[in-house]
Design a protein around this ligand. Structure first.
Ligand code: DX5
Ligand code: ZN
Length: 214
């Protein structure tokens, strides 16, 4: 599996150090959690911060938009350096239009579902997205407990894709760590986000390598 560490739980006064830690961990992507304080009860950062981090690493920016109206800032995030743009099926944006908008900018469109949203809610969009991000916590905060009952969604999405001959990456996000990464791999996940697990790890490099080997 690929690993996409989230810097949400880092010291925001030392974000460059957090990017360096992710880079040195050997991770595949860098997960950036954008929160608008409306779609989720938390507020994090936006395009100016992403723009500042962009020159620090060549790692793909896996940007997770927890926003009511992500469609209003797709250009801004793309110009700031986002590579993969994840937005929520539950938001107020026009889904297919927003997917096309992301792709027209040469970026990778990904659709995200909250715990209460069933896997088949994304089935109508599987022809149009490159990735589905399945939340294994209620979005809004890092450091929450992993919701293992979300894992069947991964399998359901993968089975639907196999049936339709589609190649869609599935990423899991929330509460993933050494104790449950094997369950994620067994369910068929291609990528896992790890925030607090990486930033609290004695040896982030060893943790990332162990999960990548699953
Ligand atoms: C939660 C975010 C997650 C979170 C992951 O709303 O989308 O990416 O930061 O952090 P951990 O791995 O600590 O749950
Ligand atoms: Zn996230």
């Amino acid at each position: 599996m690929k690993v996409s560490p989230s810097i949400l739980t880092c010291d925001f006064a030392r974000m460059a150090d957090a990017v360096a830690l992710v880079e040195q961990s050997g991770a595949d992507w860098l997960h950036l959690d954008v929160m608008d304080g409306i779609f989720v009860p938390n507020l994090s950062f936006g395009p100016p911060v992403i723009r500042s981090l962009r020159p620090l690493t060549a790692l793909p920016f896996d940007v997770h938009l927890m926003m009511q109206h992500p469609e209003r800032l797709i250009d801004a995030f793309a110009n700031a350096g986002a590579d993969i743009i994840n937005f929520h099926l539950e938001c107020d944006a026009p889904i297919l239009e927003t997917i096309s908008h992301i792709r027209a900018l040469g970026k990778t469109p990904a659709l995200t579902i909250k715990p209460n949203t069933p896997a088949d809610a994304v089935f109508p969009y599987l022809d149009w997205v490159d990735m589905v991000l399945v939340m294994t916590v209620e979005p809004g905060f890092g450091g929450q407990s992993f919701m293992a009952d979300m894992l069947p969604k991964v399998t359901a999405i993968k089975q639907e894709c196999a049936k339709r001959g589609l190649q869609v990456t599935v990423e899991l996000d929330g509460g993933v760590g050494a104790k449950n990464a094997d369950l994620c791999a067994a369910a068929g996940a291609d990528v896992v986000v790890m925030g607090s697990a990486v930033f609290n790890a004695e040896d982030p490099k060893a943790l990332v390598a162990a999960v990548q080997a699953l």
